[in-house]
Design a protein around this ligand. Sequence first.
Ligand code: NAP
Length: 304
Amino acid sequence: MIYDVAIIGAGPAGLSAGVYASRAKLSTVIIEKMFPGGQAAITDKIENYPGFAEGIGGEELTDNIKYQAEKFGADFINGDVDKIEKLDNKFIIHMQEEKLEAKTVILAMGAEPRQIGVKGETEFVGRGVSYCATCDGAFYTDKPIVMVGGGDTAIEEAMYLTRFASSIHVIHRRDELRATKILQERALKNDKIKFIWDSVVEQIKGEDAVEEVVVKNVKTGELSSVFVDGIFVAIGYTPKTDFVKNLVKLDNQGYIITDDHMKTGIPGLFAAGDLRQKSLRQVVTAVSDGAIAAVEAGRYIEEQ
Ligand code: NAP
């Protein structure tokens, strides 16, 4: 069988593309290597998705979109795509164990958390170093931790972690947060959160697990230590575009360059969501990208 639309990635962009494609009666498959929902599914609460005035759990929201896509007939398969080839008017999608064919492909693999790149970071992943507050927060009940970063993710996750941790030091490389004002105000008012400004992590130390985070003041060069059980890192994301880097045009940070129609430049190949070069990466813009990509995929098939 050859699918009309193959969507790689089941985050909000891929799931939304799945809803639009399957509802338009295009045979649709969504391939995901981990769990559906992407980064949004591990977000405790989404407060700015229009229509949910009291906020909605990220997992609940993405589960609903998945259900909606299934209801209209989209197929879901587990698979780790490592290569996409275009042959004549179709695409061959290679996974480790199998391959499938589609007339169009929507790339929606999203992005993954960026690493700090210091000594001890990789060594202590799962033993005190974490990139996901909702996944690992409960391990730090009544324990001191640090959060690295000053953006929306770092501040939102630091607020979430106050439910568990005894104290949270937020280490930020400047003296001003990047996070939106409403989050800043909440965090600055929270007694459990303290800020270490103008500073970066120099090294993560411990015996079997994290015990100490060495911090460097970027203005004075002075080194100091915070003694903690955990370090959460939220310093942005890297797009998961490695296996398409020879196929589509990427910007210098690895994001896929598309036009407003989500077209990558290769006929029939579209990109949607956080892996795309764009000015706002949110669930609301991801689902919008997915919808546009699916409609454009349908138009492309009709034109063929
Ligand atoms: P981000 O906005 O790119 O912020 C990354 C933070 O990490 C910045 O404060 C940055 O410092 C710092 N940083 C970057 N590289 C660093 C390094 N090597 N060492 C130390 N610090 C470093 O990333 P994000 O917070 O993950 O957010 C990603 C996107 O998702 C944004 O568009 C954000 O608005 C969105 N988001 C929105 C919400 C929401 O609306 N509720 C929630 C989560 C995420 P500088 O500030 O100095 O650059």
